[in-house]
Design a protein around this ligand. Structure first.
Ligand SMILES: [Zn+2]
Length: 303
């Protein structure tokens, strides 16, 4: 073997499936009974493009996976450990299984176990072919304050979940009174200052918010007025290429109560940028060639 050939081996590129496309990954966390399965079923029911769901249950029998309505091979059952700690390898293998598919899903939703720490799972989700889109944590209004009084393991777990969230969604509104909603809100403000807290009284609206991880959000929003019944959705039109400075200024000027924004924007260099805002987190990054589509308007959801 001559030296040239050896050099080619050394610069072997990092494996990138689907020509470099990255599938957004949404982590759905929250303690037991917060309603994660219901939200996922609602998402699957309204999805018009392939969503892969990973369901993690620390027990040997994955009850939640059995409750996922559409078992068409797009549900990956991760049981017998927790993906943030004892089942890390299983988690990475599940991404590997998806990577072997000829056609990528549009979105991966991971239903985390009730005790999982989303931060640890988030670190594992940006793996070749995938990138973390958001961490959404459901908070059960009826049980959250009590769960903090359970064992220290449970209390630590629920606090870590809240602290890791980009957006917190309050569930089980129908089971509690106004005082309870206020009490939970104050506690969350202590645990996760500044993280948007949304009162979503239907799995319907939560599913819409979570599902925004899919590409071409404009199509998603157009599917029915009831989709975001808890939230205001507006479209910020962007005509043609924009200067990067102007884009940053535009994003700085979005309303303070913006919980989600997404769009594909062309800057004056011709480059397409994927703009994503989830809660307080903003990311503006080049779109890989394989993901390139037409620029879109900016979809902005406010609470
Ligand atoms: Zn874990």
């Amino acid at each position: 073997m001559n030296e040239d050939e050896e050099e080619i081996t050394v610069v072997d590129p990092v494996f990138a499936p689907w020509d470099g496309r990255r599938v957004p990954v949404t982590l759905l966390g929250g303690y037991l009974g917060a309603g994660k399965t219901t939200v996922i079923n609602e998402m699957l029911a309204r999805a018009d493009r392939p969503i892969a769901v990973m369901v993690n249950d620390v027990g040997d029998i994955n009850i939640d996976a059995k409750l996922i309505a559409r078992q068409d091979g797009d549900t990956l059952d991760l049981s017998g450990g927790c993906v943030c700690c004892s089942l890390k390898n299983g988690f990475l293998e599940a991404f590997e299984q998806l990577r072997e598919r000829p056609v990528p899903p549009e979105l991966v939703v991971v239903e985390l176990s009730g005790i999982a720490n989303p931060s640890s799972a988030a670190g594992l989700s940006s793996t070749p072919g995938f990138s973390l889109d958001s961490v959404v944590v459901l908070v059960d209004l009826d049980q959250f304050l009590e769960s903090e009084d359970e064992s220290s393991v449970v209390a630590d777990a629920v606090r870590a979940q809240v602290a890791a969230a980009h957006v917190l969604l309050l569930t089980k509104r129908d089971l509690v009174d106004e005082d309870r909603v206020d009490a939970v809100r104050s506690r969350l403000e202590e645990l996760a200052p500044g993280v948007p807290v949304l009162l979503a009284d239907s799995a319907h609206s939560i599913a819409g918010l979570v599902g925004l991880g899919v590409r071409r959000p404009v199509l998603q929003v157009g599917q029915g007025a009831s989709l975001f019944d808890q939230f205001q959705t507006s479209i910020v039109p962007i005509d043609g290429a924009i200067r990067r400075d102007d884009l940053d200024a535009l994003l700085d000027d979005l309303p303070k109560n913006t919980v989600r924004a997404k769009g594909i924007v062309q800057v004056e260099t011709g480059e397409l940028l994927l703009v994503q805002i989830v809660g307080n987190r903003r990311s503006v990054e080049p779109l890989p060639m394989a993901e390139t589509t037409e620029p879109t308007d900016l979809v902005v959801i406010t609470a």
